[in-house]
Design a protein around this ligand. Structure first.
Ligand code: ADP
Length: 476
């Protein structure tokens, strides 16, 4: 396996779920096992202590009662001492008031002196019991009290082995391990099954997306989880949008081809008719060549408009932003258009309510506003007017282009920004329209994060309202 494959494997949801289930299953079980074994040991040791202590207490009474400290050969007591040490696998030592060992069931230290800390404390009257888990024994020392004076006249030292407890604990531990190993196997199998089932909808989703890519399906529908349902929904929305974009792109290409072909067809017709005639008068040649020249101009205009559009379709990073005096910009546009307006006897007026300076791309904004004013002139009536006004607030500047022209029918209003859309094809063509002017204007305005709105009444006129931020906002 390559490094990437290993990384992908551990990045997968399935392996993560399996590990999670294993941790959830194993950690509490291990804690339970360790805790139970510990508490077993504690409980068993304390039970043993209680048992031995009660036996030892009986024995202390017997020792005092029978005056054993004076007479260590007493059979009755010796037998009891032997019995107790046999039952609990222990050693019993009797110490008299001069710290001498007078009886040792192991017969090792009789006659010796013993002055351990516990023994000394018991001589002071304490009853001590101590568990040494490392060496596996419980040691207890009990004071031997004189019956009447209650003086300590000796100490009984009992030490019992806890080997049997440890042995039992070992058995228990082994069984617990076996049970735990078995459980781990079961948990692992269950976790693998569960993880596979949980991950399945996502795998199905990936497979269905491939089907959609190959064209066998047209919608993603994985409803196993709310999340997959949401992803499916979003995916379908995105896919629909992509389809629309694809369709509009196809339509655009076919429109472009058609628009580019029209002038070519006209030129071909004109040229053919000249070629088809004999002895064509020079005037007719001139006229037809003039028409051919017009068609070439038209073709050039379409291509130029298309190039402008394509340029604007690119990222907004292409904007060449600088601080521009908008009043001057509008003045310059109007100055350029005035001769065209005059030719058609249209009055062109600019009204500035305040000086405005904004961060814009001068060339693109000029093109957008020019297109709007040009339209106002083109689609006007003789003796008509076009009013351009400029206003601003603290956030935006507003350009209004109002004309007294033919207006736009209501059902065309939503289409006017589409590429190549023209309300009246022949009229628009006659006056040199390509159907791209408003698409270019809108694109340029949107690139500035602005907005454009149109109001129109057929036969009365049209108003275009443009709103653009004074400061260009760069968003990633
Ligand atoms: P064109 O190059 O044909 O003018 P535009 O994209 O600029 O293309 O405009 C699209 C269509 O919207 C025009 O063909 C015209 O029918 C209509 N239109 C645009 N501006 C106006 C206006 N001011 N008055 C009336 N109709 C307009």
């Amino acid at each position: 396996m390559t490094k990437k494959k290993i990384r992908d494997f551990f990045k997968g949801l399935k392996i993560r779920l399996i590990l999670l289930f294993l941790v959830i299953g194993i950690v509490p079980m291990t804690a339970l096992r360790v805790g139970m074994l510990r508490s077993y040991e504690k409980k068993a040791v304390s039970n043993r202590e209680i048992d031995v202590l009660s036996q030892a207490r009986i024995l202390t009474n017997q020792i005092i009662f029978n005056n054993y400290l004076e007479n260590a050969d007493l059979e009755l007591i010796n037998t009891q001492l032997e019995q107790l040490s046999n039952i609990y696998d222990g050693r019993i030592i009797v110490i008299n008031d001069s710290f001498h060992i007078i009886q040792d069931t192991y017969d090792l230290d009789e006659g010796k002196t013993i002055v351990s800390e516990e023994v000394m404390r018991s001589f002071r009257g304490e009853e001590i019991s101590k568990y040494d888990s490392e060496n596996c024994y419980i040691e207890m020392t009990l004071p031997l009290l004189e019956q009447t004076s209650k003086e300590v006249i000796g100490v009984l030292l009992v030490s019992v082995s806890t080997d049997s407890i440890v042995l039992n604990q070992g058995y228990l531990e082994n069984s617990a391990w076996i049970i735990q190993l078995f459980s781990i196997m079961v948990i692992l199998l269950a976790a693998m099954g569960l993880a596979r089932a949980l991950v399945k909808p996502f795998q199905k989703m990936a497979a269905e997306i491939v089907e959609i890519q190959n064209g066998y399906e047209d919608a993603l529908e994985i409803n196993s989880y709310t999340e997959t349902e949401i992803i499916s929904e979003r995916f379908n929305q995105l896919f629909e949008r992509m389809k629309v974009i694809d369709e509009s792109r196809e339509e655009f290409v076919s429109n472009v081809s058609h628009e580019l072909k029209t002038p070519l067809t006209s030129m071909k017709v004109l040229a053919d008719s000249l070629n088809g005639q004999e002895d064509v008068p020079v005037e007719l040649y001139k006229e037809f060549m003039g028409d051919i020249g017009n068609e070439i101009d038209r073709e050039t205009k379409i291509i130029n408009d298309l190039l402008s559009l394509v340029k604007m379709d690119r990222a907004a990073a292409d904007l060449n932003i600088s601080s521009v005096n908008i009043n001057d910009l509008l003045e310059a546009i109007l100055k350029r258009l005035r001769p065209i307006a005059q030719r058609q006897r249209i009055e062109l007026v600019l009204e500035s309510f305040r000086p405005v300076s904004a961060e814009v791309d001068e060339v693109k904004l000029t093109q957008a506003i020019t297109n709007l004013i040009e339209n106002g002139i083109k689609y006007n009536k003789p003796e008509g007017w076009v009013h351009v006004s400029l206003n601003a607030d603290h956030q935006y500047f507003y350009v209004k282009v109002e004309d007294s022209g033919i207006g736009i029918p209501e059902d065309s209003l939503e289409h006017i920004y589409e590429r190549f859309y023209r309300v009246d094809k022949s009229h628009s063509r006659e006056i040199g329209g390509t159907g791209l002017g408003l698409a270019i204007a809108r694109n340029a305005i949107l690139m500035h994060r602005g907005a454009i709105k149109v109001f129109s009444t057929e036969g009365e006129g049209t108003i275009f309202n443009v709103r653009i931020p004074l400061n260009y906002i760069l968003t990633s």
